[in-house]
Design a binder for this molecule. Structure first.
Ligand code: ZN
Length: 302
């Protein structure tokens, strides 16, 4: 069955376009409760108001990726930074940019889950326009009668190449993030890309052919020059900036003296719970793992 979006979630850069009134409420209150109770429909736009011809004719037309959330079919679109064409033609003049990270600070809320899911689809729509093998324009795989493989709900966003018949599923880039403990201290580092003096956990992308455990050990070795032991999985979180799946671990220092690699990391040190540097933003998996450490959750582990 072909899915037709009833509503559109519209993104620009790292922001979601939301109604001005809602944005003002969210900002003025800085109200966690309001963010937690805002429904996904409130940050999306009726498809009926957006002229369908905006979506035809690559490469000028917008591309979107379709998904279902709580029974409603949504399309997700990512606009270029200076692009106002869809905003004008779709009657979104009332829309203002609001950071997706702030919408998603509570990942367990339906708004948080929706914002991250829709953001991931919006990015996927942009990078899956053409077949990587033969260069033909891709089409939505769902509901396409040429697609032999049965696609279920999880295949939302899958693309099909009408020329060479390949199917492309939405791509994720797995990354490991590790809280390294030494006694009652944890290792926190400042990446050269971080704003200000913010420090966070060691993290890095998994390379092809590597296990998660190998990736974690390699990143810690490369960035901090130490070896770890007793690596244990904690939790995961989708992080569509642009397409990561973060896999959180805890490990214990085993050997070596921690020092920054001087390239990616310009400062790192061991910190106790009562003497932490500037922290990662709430909503990130790094922050949630550090908060668990501060709450004493890992003090009993070996
Ligand atoms: Zn192809």
């Amino acid at each position: 069955m072909i899915l037709h979006p009833r509503r559109f979630a519209v993104f620009q850069g790292q922001d979601c376009l939301v109604p001005r009134q809602l944005a003002e409420q969210l900002h003025s209150g800085a109200d966690s409760a309001l963010l937690s109770t805002t429904v996904p429909e409130a940050i999306s736009w009726l498809a009926a108001g957006i002229p369908p011809e905006l979506f035809t004719g690559a490469p000028q037309g917008y591309s979107y990726s379709t998904f279902v959330f709580q029974g409603i079919a949504y399309g997700a679109v990512l606009l270029k930074d200076d692009d106002a064409r869809l905003i004008k033609a779709g009657g979104l003049e009332n829309a203002v940019n609001f950071p997706v990270r702030e919408l998603a600070f509570d990942f367990s809320s339906q708004l948080g889950r929706f914002a991250l899911l829709a953001k991931a689809h919006a990015h996927w729509a942009v990078v899956s326009r053409f077949c990587g093998a033969c260069g033909a324009p891709l089409v939505d795989a769902n509901g396409n009668e040429e697609v032999r493989e049965p696609l279920d709900d999880h295949a939302h966003g899958a693309r099909f190449c009408p020329r060479c018949k390949r199917i492309f599923f939405p791509r994720m880039s797995p990354a490991v993030i590790v809280l390294v403990r030494k006694g009652n201290s944890i290792l926190l580092e400042h990446n050269v890309r971080f704003p200000g003096k913010r420090h966070s956990l060691i993290a890095g992308f998994v390379e092809i052919g590597e296990t998660l455990e190998e990736a974690a050990a390699r990143e810690i070795r490369e960035e901090a020059g130490i070896e770890v032991k007793n690596l244990q999985y904690l939790r995961s979180q989708p992080w569509p900036f642009p397409d990561s799946l973060m896999l959180g671990f805890i490990a214990e220092w085993a050997s070596g003296e921690a020092h920054p690699d001087g390239v990616e990391i310009d400062h790192l040190d061991w910190y106790t719970a009562d003497n932490l540097p500037e922290m990662p933003m709430r909503g990130s998996i790094a922050r949630s793992i550090i908060d668990r450490f501060v709450a004493g959750e890992f003090s009993g582990t070996r």
